[in-house]
Design a binder for this molecule. Structure first.
Ligand SMILES: Cc1ncc(COP(=O)(O)O)c(C=O)c1O
Length: 359
């Protein structure tokens, strides 16, 4: 068996049970899972594509790739040939398997952010490579590095990496032939700051060489249950990954391909969803601040990254006593020991309950 860390969420179970004892029920802000409906246009597209007896293409339909390229152009200023898009069975699948698919292995380091979504680390381990969490690429010295992950807006901190920072990462990686994989699954959720894609010309000039942007429909379109994402970028890398994925059976189901194309073409539902999250964030943030938490970063994305100066588990316990469940910062790296992560992905009614309990 491959050695992997314990699934961290199991450690939260006793505190979840504590929060569930609240007479008015638990407010679960520990995970970023969407709770609002799947948009009607998307459900209709799924239903219309449900007669789907044959094998779908690993490469995806032309319609899907065109929709992804169209969305990148329209919403994020990225010009890209639809040939350089590849569908994913949710972006987590790629995060976990990219080092393996690229043939990275023992003796090689995969670079990930110091505070990060745990699956970057898992992906390095699945490949037998060494996960290396650092925000300081310059401290790495001259060693050859095959892959660097960046994530803006960040899970868990909601931090947005500025253009200059991303430009430096790209230049650093190109100097040593490293691939940069940019997890952009929260890119549509900029609040006080607007995130930019690694594929934008202000970041990478006129070439996508060595770059992969990873996108997800889970948060933008409430499609976490459909498993819908895509990657885009370097034409040679996309073709190489397509070949491996064909062999490995990493095929997005046909009806989901049809539904995802419609979701990417439609901005109206995404704006509605953004407004829901903005409203929840607008009440939750001041309530936490009034209750003694300082919010850091959190200028984009679905999380508030907060601290009251005590150990993260103490903070989780204090909120669980009020029936509110949040995630301890140490799930995301040692640097998170004094922080908690609060997701804004609960219903309006549950967010109001949390606000009342914090008063
Ligand atoms: C940073 C980050 N990347 C990737 C994912 C995976 O998303 P999905 O597999 O639903 O596309 C998540 C999920 O929360 C995430 O926070």
């Amino acid at each position: 068996m491959i050695g992997l860390p314990d699934f961290p969420w199991d450690r939260l179970t006793p505190l979840k049970e504590r929060a569930q004892e609240h007479p008015d029920g638990i407010v679960d802000l520990s995970v970023g899972t969407p709770v609002d409906p799947v948009p009607a246009v998307v459900r209709q597209a799924l239903a219309e594509a449900s007669d789907s007896p044959g094998y779908p293409l690993t490469y995806g339909t032309e319609r899907l790739r065109a929709a992804a390229a169209g969305w990148l152009r329209r919403r994020h200023g990225v010009a890209l040939d639809p040939a350089n898009v590849l569908p994913l069975i949710g972006s987590k699948e790629l995060v976990a398997w990219l080092p393996t698919l690229l043939g990275i292995g023992p003796g090689q380091r995969v670079i990930l952010p110091e505070l990060a979504y745990p699956t970057y680390d898992v992906g390095a381990r699945l490949a037998g490579a060494e996960p290396y969490a650092t925000d300081g690429l310059l401290a790495l010295g001259p060693e050859a590095v095959p892959l660097v992950w960046v994530n803006s807006p960040s899970n868990p901190t909601g931090r947005v990496l500025p253009v200059d920072h991303l430009r430096k990462v790209v230049a650093w990686a190109r100097e040593r032939g490293a691939i940069v994989a940019s997890d952009e699954c929260y890119i549509e959720l900029g609040w006080e700051e607007q995130p930019i894609s690694i594929l934008h010309p202000d970041v990478c000039g006129d070439s996508h060489e060595g770059l992969l942007a990873v996108h997800s429909l889970s948060k933008r379109s409430n499609l976490a249950g459909y498993r819908a994402g895509f990657m885009a970028g370097d034409p040679a890398l996309i073709q190489r990954l397509l070949e491996v994925r064909k062999h490995a059976g990493m095929i997005m189901p046909g009806p989901v391909q049809a539904a995802m194309a419609v979701a990417l073409d439609d901005d109206e539902h995404a704006e509605e969803q953004r407004a829901r999250y903005a409203a929840r964030r607008a009440v939750l943030r001041p309530a936490l601040e009034a209750a003694g938490w300082k919010i850091e970063h959190s200028t984009a994305g679905l999380y508030l990254w907060a601290s009251n100066g005590t150990d993260c588990w103490e903070q989780v316990r204090a909120l669980a006593d009020k029936g509110i469940l949040v995630a301890p910062g140490d799930f995301y790296g040692k640097a998170g020991e004094a922080h908690i992560r609060i997701a804004v992905t609960a219903s309006d009614e549950r967010i109001s309950a949390a606000v009342r309990r914090l008063q």
